[in-house]
Design a protein around this ligand. Sequence first.
Ligand code: G4P
Length: 531
Amino acid sequence: MSLKEEIEHRRTFAIISHPDAGKTTLTEKFLLYGGAIQTAGAVKSNKIRRGATSDFMEIERQRGISVSTSVMTFHYAGKLINLLDTPGHRDFAEDTYRTLTAVDSVVLVIDCVKGVEAQTERLMEVCRMRNTPVIVFINKLDLEGRDPFDLLDELEEKLSIKVRPMSWPIGIGATFQGVYDLYRKGLRLFDPGKTKVEAMSERIEDLHDERLVARIGDAPADQLRQDIDLIEGVYDPLDITAYRHGRIAPVFFGSAFNNFGVKEVLDAFVGIAPPPGPRPTDQGEVLPDDPKFSGFVFKIHANLDPNHRDRIAFLRICSGRFQRNTYYRHVRLDKQLRFATPTNFLAAQKSIVEEAWPGDVIGLFDTGNFKIGDTLTEGATFQFRGIPAFSPELFRELVNLDPMKTKQLDKGIRQLTDEGVAQLFTQQPGNKKIVGCVGELQFEVIAYRLEHEYGARCSFQQIAAHKACWMTSTDQAALDQFIRIKAQQIVQDKDGNPVFMAPSSYMLDLERRNNPEITFHTTSEFKTEMV
Ligand code: G4P
């Protein structure tokens, strides 16, 4: 196949949801359709179950699962599909945000009982930053969920995206009978006993067709006619270009557990989801069909064996052809590297790849060369943009409990933060280390891994910090002065950029008002906006 054909052949995406909405269940059904697994129950939930076993064993279990399911590759309807896994626990949300930079579209799962939940909103914010196309699957229609019109309103309101229903539920929970497919004009009936194969559909183009009443009964047929009238009046038809620009999201209803409505989503996905697209760099966009190879690292995974400190760096290929045993330029280090054992993850088994194409994700054996966001090229000096650092929500000072192990602690915390486990900020004088995380559990992971992998014991001390703010200003003198005056609250991020550690939201507002010439950003994504 030519480079263009290889690109057109691929679809790279992630399934995202608030924990428990049904991401794992939907993933498993997709893999069954793709023939990548043979039996239900083969995909393990990567949720961290608190209290089930010792938290630390649970963390190791989760890390084991997340290596083997990081990228699930399967074939469906003539396409090669790369499904990137995202962590199931809220405390590891930042890992998910980064994974979203490596996909070309997402499927968002919503629980019809709970509607749009906190994590859904945050994940969608990240998708909106780069206009990632979204397909919505409203799940668990077999349960007593909320009114579907309410759910659609909530999606539009909370996620700031237009929606377009592609199917419509008939009843809900105990009265759920199936869906009407608005595009193929067919009725698909739900039979919870027969969930191995997708339900057969019957074409009913005219909703006054008497077969409709015969199938679902008088009152539900009436209701369906009213609902469909309303839908056609209120919602615009699906415009594929608008979908591909992340402006409108097609919405499907179903039940992942009962394998109802799943194939529909997969079929729509292969039909409309975009192939690998252009990517922003600090020197303009790189097109996937640029014959010269380029890619970026969006995730780093440490070896599970503490005696081997090597790691796997996950590289998303953005342009050209990657080849094994070929020298490529590591742009940040200005170093030539070649890889003897790049791996892919086909059928959840790692195997060595000879070549890979845009949209593919490969694992590179790493002895410490990579940081999240690093670019590899065939010689060019550009760096990919758009791997944002978000302000963490919790900050603690790292306290060394064993002065004899200072070196190990320093090295350990640097490597763990390069891996993206947490963010590290340093403060002078004194080289004070402040670790920022999204959730409490991450501090436990860091302390555990520092001790077991680096032999360094530490504790974390509370500090007064609310948000980490990166700063920009058109008035460099004013910015320099602010940094000087606020030295007590200025720290450095891992790249040496000054960051204002706002002690409270009140103080942040105050500084914003007092320093109108300075812009305070709670993500480092503004660097992309500036390109
Ligand atoms: P997640 O990855 O998004 O966190 O969710 P997951 O798929 O693990 O699903 C969360 C729970 O919701 C699971 O139940 C799962 O069986 C259930 N579920 C998924 N889809 C449906 C559906 O269509 N209808 C209903 N009624 N339930 C659904 P669990 O009891 O937590 O786990 P398990 O014991 O079933 O594995």
